[in-house]
Design a binder for this molecule. Structure first.
Ligand code: FA5
Length: 334
């Protein structure tokens, strides 16, 4: 029967289109094109049924139903197949692929160095103590043998905190050195003493590649009977080598600090020149007197090292400002 060709043609092209659909969206387009209620090609087939003669009607009607049922079933089956493929793709991942590293942040290089300094000095038998960052003049100057007319006390060379003075009962300032903690420790502890204190200090210095207005120091203090300058040099040399490696070169230069006598400055080899990394010396008898120690009975050494400078050498950073710019590209290298 000629009339049946239209059904065969409909069925074949519908099944081909179903087979070619690659996802549920394209399959839905096929469904609308062939079986759509409004303009689907199935409407044309219905019209063909209408043109059949009475004799043809039963066979044509049967074929129409057959074709429509078959195409509908194939569409449903294909939809199921596409859905399960999509589910499988979602759960089917390759466990051998390298993972994505989660961004968990990391410690600031200065914090890392501080942690390492604490551990190293702990191994040398030094206990870690803390002190306040806002200080009075007794702990920052007077007990450290820095008299009132000393240039280090110039208000232009320090950050005095005017608004806090009234409550404190006298001038207070952001400590300019961790040597304050020497005094606080000796005020409350009897010898023997072996402490370090690490923390921030503040100075209105001109900022450049090696100077910042806020930086960190490690203070060390050892007091006992018969403490010597040789022990001081040994501790500092061992410390520098433990942290920076056996090849690090340091030197001691005679210097002056009001709270140590004799005093030295400590330099570290920096390329072809030297960089100052700290001050040190034997605790001045006037300091012992200020905290009630007998200078005839005890001797001691003290040192104050600039932590940023060690950190620069350790990580090969040539400008101290890099540490405080909050540049993630820089900080995430460590
Ligand atoms: C002192 O601060 C003394 N209190 C050190 C000391 C302690 C001497 C105990 C004797 C006994 P000085 O001002 O030189 O000393 O500073 C010590 C170190 O801090 C310097 O060698 C340097 O490494 C570091 N430093 C000083 N000023 C700055 C700054 N503006 N920025 C970064 N680091 C600094």
């Amino acid at each position: 029967m000629e009339i049946l060709n239209a059904f065969n043609e409909f069925e074949t092209s519908a099944l081909n289109a179903i087979a070619a659909a690659t996802d549920s969206e394209s399959l839905e387009k096929v469904r609308i094109e062939f079986l759509g209620q409004k303009n689907g090609r199935v409407k044309d087939l219905q019209k063909v049924v209408g043109t059949a003669t009475t004799a043809e009607k039963p066979a044509v009607g049967k074929r129409f139903n057959e074709v429509r049922t078959n195409v509908t079933a194939q569409l449903d089956a294909k939809l199921e197949q596409l859905k399960s493929q999509a589910q499988k793709a979602a759960s089917d991942f390759d466990v051998t692929l390298p993972g994505e590293r989660p961004k968990i942040g990391q410690l600031h290089p200065i914090t890392r160095v501080i942690t390492e300094f604490r551990e190293l000095m702990g191994r040398f038998g030094f206990t870690v103590v803390d002190g306040p960052e806002i200080e009075d003049e007794r702990h920052n100057f007077e007990a450290l043998n820095i008299p009132e007319d000393h240039p280090a006390r110039d208000p232009l060379d320090n950050f005095y905190v005017a608004c806090a003075s009234a409550a404190a009962g006298g001038p207070v300032l952001l400590r300019s050195q961790t040597s304050t903690v020497q005094i606080r420790t000796m005020e409350t502890t009897k010898p023997p003493i072996r402490i370090v204190s690490l923390g921030r200090v503040y100075r209105p210095d001109t900022i450049d590649a090696t100077h910042s207005c806020m930086f960190h120091q490690m203070e060390g203090l050892m007091v006992d009977r018969h403490v010597t300058m040789a022990q001081l040099k040994t501790v500092l040399s061992l410390f520098a080598r433990s942290f920076l490696g056996p090849d690090v070169e340091i030197r001691f230069r005679p210097s002056f600090f009001p709270f140590t006598e004799p005093s030295v400055e400590v330099d570290m080899k920096w390329g072809n020149s030297w960089m100052e990394i700290g001050g040190a010396g034997m605790v001045d008898p006037n300091v012992f007197a200020a905290v009630g120690y007998d200078p005839e009975e005890y001797t001691g050494f003290a040192f104050g090292l600039g932590i940023e400078r060690f950190c620069m050498k350790h990580y090969g950073v040539d400008d101290i400002r890099r540490f405080y710019e909050n540049d993630m590209r820089f900080l995430s290298q460590f």
